[in-house]
Unconditional design. Structure first.
Length: 155
């Protein structure tokens, strides 16, 4: 039997008298015990380009969750990971009526491990990590993986 966790976030937005001609899309999100997130719409949707936007945060959630699932699997399979980087991309499709949705995310994880005999296994674990990832399991679009794996000897 599984279990449930509840996550909470508080959003605050206030009309700015200095922005009387338009509504600003900037707002804050507060999660107890954590630093405040300053958020806006994406620049393409007339938001503040200096702030994170929901699209950034969704992509960041997928990338982060995949990495944590992957590192968990590497630990379970005795694969020593030295570094993990990813330059991920998300594709958002906007319809003529203004609605939109993500149609795909592509992860490009570059992993460095210590044992060259484990490269094939290390690459294969990305598929299983996707199956374990809470965020990926919540998405209704494909999450593609283009992983690479290299060897780095520890001193």
């Amino acid at each position: 039997m599984g279990f449930k966790h509840v996550f909470k976030a508080k959003l605050d937005w206030f009309f700015s008298k200095n922005e009387a001609a338009k509504y600003t899309k900037s707002h804050t999100i507060t999660i107890d015990g954590k630093s405040v997130l300053n958020v806006s719409a994406a620049k393409a949707f007339k938001g503040d380009p200096a702030l994170h936007n929901p699209e950034d945060l969704l992509l960041s959630s997928v990338v982060s969750c995949h990495m944590m699932s992957y590192l968990y699997l590497c630990k379970q399979n005795d694969i020593e990971v030295v570094s993990y980087t990813d330059e991920a991309e998300a594709t958002l499709e906007v319809s003529a009526d203004g609605s939109g949705r993500f149609i795909a995310i592509t992860l490009n994880p570059k992993v460095r491990i210590t044992n060259k005999e484990k490269i094939v296994e290390a690459l294969s674990l990305h598929k299983k990590a996707n199956q374990l990832c809470f965020i990926a399991n919540s998405c209704n679009f494909p999450i593609l993986h283009c992983p690479t794996c290299e060897i780095e000897a520890l001193d």
